[in-house]
Ligand binder design. Structure first.
Ligand SMILES: Nc1ncnc2c1ncn2[C@@H]1O[C@H](COP(=O)(O)OP(=O)(O)OP(=O)(O)O)[C@@H](O)[C@H]1O
Length: 557
């Protein structure tokens, strides 16, 4: 079984490792007065950091191998768990104290010395616990079900293909081979940009410079940057016009804003894995075309467009943003980028369809063209930096409404022009190997067939199943218990208690019958507290009774 592990590292402590290794590298070079070696110290430092990351990954892998398969599924390990369970671990401040700095520097010295003597990157248990507590914030584990297709029978290929096509139960039908139960961990270390030492300071300086620029010029419309959390100083470095910045929300990745979203979503049908695979294959395959020096034309379709559709509040927009964050963390297309480097690994441009529309004839399609022109500039500038650009179009029906319906309704030709512009622009940009479009819609039937046809994958996301409902409610309850809004005897094991489990299950059953959306499930605890209590905290028993009432009340909404 393959597990994709995303380990969220602490930028501040890892930066200290870099300092320690840099000091050591430079002092050695100076001692030896070897000019060439001194010049190569940057390469030596980057090699040593690579060794440090390898040791850290090995320690994480060993720690995770303690868990069985069931426990590993969607496991999230927080730093306090790592701290409580590891002898020799220490709690570290952010930024670390002077004493903690000394511990980190000594530990690194000792580990590197050990490795040079033993010629192995193994560390003892005490050191492993110390490494985990000092450098890891959180560990997420994603089970990746691999079903490689093999012709196990070894029969003639043509017979096997025919057996599949005709769905015969012939003995030589090639099957999807089940993977052995060994645990393989693919570990990615990451740090959100806002936590990278100096990123924020630099962006603050840039912001100050940016503030001096007059934004009230003729073409500054609306609340520029109003919705973006990325500091304007950083945004001003991107080749984007003020107009695009006011009509789109830009997020540089990985971002703290999107952190933990992927793990907070519970879907059936391996939807997350499938979307991740589609996105990575689309981006990876494009790099092959680049290697073959093709200039865009290809015998197979790769529009790099994924469409997510389904009823409101089912997590469509959230999964798209979470997917972008994962693509930037897992770096399948951006090897060798240091997790604590200042470089962003991806950019999400979220288009606000309502802002694109203008009351002036022809303006809407002009707005769209200008956004796409900016996206193209950005794609060009990012190509060598191993970072991707994702265009996220929420509620795409606003700009991809079926043209025939528009004409039947005698709507103005402006709407038709917007759809045609969108299609033309998508066709133009698909040649970029670092480009991806994610679109969401509640109204698949109303979309223009030519747009749907361009989607490489169409994913349906419905209301959560019983399993999903149970996990959403359990996680929300767990959060309220840990925040002490809900009181119970043992905050860690209460929800394991069979009495509470059975009570919650009845609520889950009712939610499932009513077809409650993920959004409503996330809101239910707040509705329940507001409707039934005046004072906080509340007892768990009372909360569950009130929750049952709130769910029943949903019937009348
Ligand atoms: N399956 C789910 N698991 C966990 N959380 C969910 C799930 N579905 C929805 N949510 C939560 O519901 C909220 C709304 O999600 P989101 O806005 O992504 O839905 P949407 O499908 O895009 O809605 P709309 O179509 O109305 O724009 C988010 O906070 C999200 O985390």
């Amino acid at each position: 079984m393959v597990y994709i592990v995303d380990a969220h590292i602490r930028g501040s402590t890892v930066q200290l490792v870099r300092h320690a290794l840099k000091e050591e590298t430079e002092s050695r070079s100076r001692l030896q007065e070897d000019l060439k070696e001194f010049k190569d110290s940057a390469a030596t430092l980057s090699y040593k950091m690579h060794v440090f990351y390898t040791v850290l990954k090995k320690v994480i892998g060993k720690r995770l191998s303690r868990y069985d398969e069931d426990e590993l599924k969607d496991l999230v390990l927080f730093s306090d768990t790592l701290l409580a369970e590891g002898h020799g671990s220490i709690e570290v401040r952010d930024p670390p104290t002077a004493a903690q700095e000394r511990i980190i520097k000594s530990l690194i010295k000792v580990i590197f010395h050990q490795m040079s003597v033993s010629k192995s990157d193994n560390v003892d248990q005490g050191q492993a616990n110390l490494l985990l507590s000092l450098f890891i914030n959180k560990i997420y584990c994603d089970k990746f079900v691999e079903t490689p297709i093999v012709n196990e029978s070894g029969g003639r290929l043509v017979d096997s293909v025919r057996a599949i096509i005709n769905l015969t139960k012939a003995t030589n039908t090639p099957r999807r081979k089940s993977t052995p139960s060994t645990k393989n961990f693919t570990i990615h270390l990451f740090c959100c940009l806002e936590e990278v030492p100096n990123f924020f300071r630099e962006s603050k300086l840039l912001s100050e410079e940016f503030d001096k620029i007059d934004l009230d010029g003729e073409d500054s419309e609306g609340d520029t940057f109003g919705t973006s959390l990325t500091p304007p100083g950083i945004l001003s470095q991107l080749p984007l016009s003020k107009q695009t910045l006011s009509q789109a929300r830009i997020t540089l990745l990985p971002s703290t804003e999107l952190e933990g979203l992927w793990e907070s979503l519970y879907f059936d049908d391996r939807i997350k894995q499938r979307m991740y695979s589609y996105a990575t294959i689309a981006l990876k395959i494009a790099t092959f075309s680049k290697a073959a020096n093709e200039n865009g034309s290809s015998a197979f379709a790769n529009n790099k467009l994924l469409l997510v559709q389904g009823p409101p509040g089912t997590g469509k927009s959230t999964i798209c943003k979470a997917l972008c964050q994962k693509l930037s963390i897992r770096k399948d297309f951006s090897q060798n980028i240091d997790p604590i480097s200042n470089n962003y690994k991806g950019v999400v441009i979220e288009i606000s369809c309502s802002r694109i529309f203008s009351r002036w004839f022809g303006e809407s399609s002009k707005n769209l063209t200008s956004i796409f022109a900016d996206v193209e500039n950005l794609l060009k500038s990012q190509q060598e930096d191993f970072s991707f650009v994702c265009l996220l179009i929420d509620e795409v029906e606003a700009i991809a409404f079926s043209r025939s319906s528009l004409m039947n309704k005698n709507e103005s030709t402006d709407g038709v022009r917007v759809v045609s512009t969108l299609l033309t622009q998508l066709d133009l940009l698909k040649k970029y190997n670092n480009f991806l479009v994610l679109a969401t819609s509640n109204l698949l039937e109303s979309l223009d067939p030519a747009f749907v046809d361009r989607a490489d994958g169409v994913f349906y996301i419905g209301n959560p199943s019983k399993g999903g409902i149970s996990r959403i409610l359990t996680s929300t309850l767990g959060d309220l218990i840990s925040k002490k809004v809900i009181l119970c005897e043992d905050s860690k094991s209460t929800m394991e208690n069979s009495i509470y489990k059975a009570a919650l299950m009845s609520i889950v059953e009712k939610c499932s019958t009513l077809g409650v959306s993920g959004r409503m499930l996330r809101k239910l605890p707040l509705i329940c507290l507001s409707e039934h209590f005046q004072e906080l905290p509340v007892a768990l028993d009372d909360f569950l009774l009130a929750l049952a009432h709130s769910v029943v009340d949903l019937q009348s909404v």
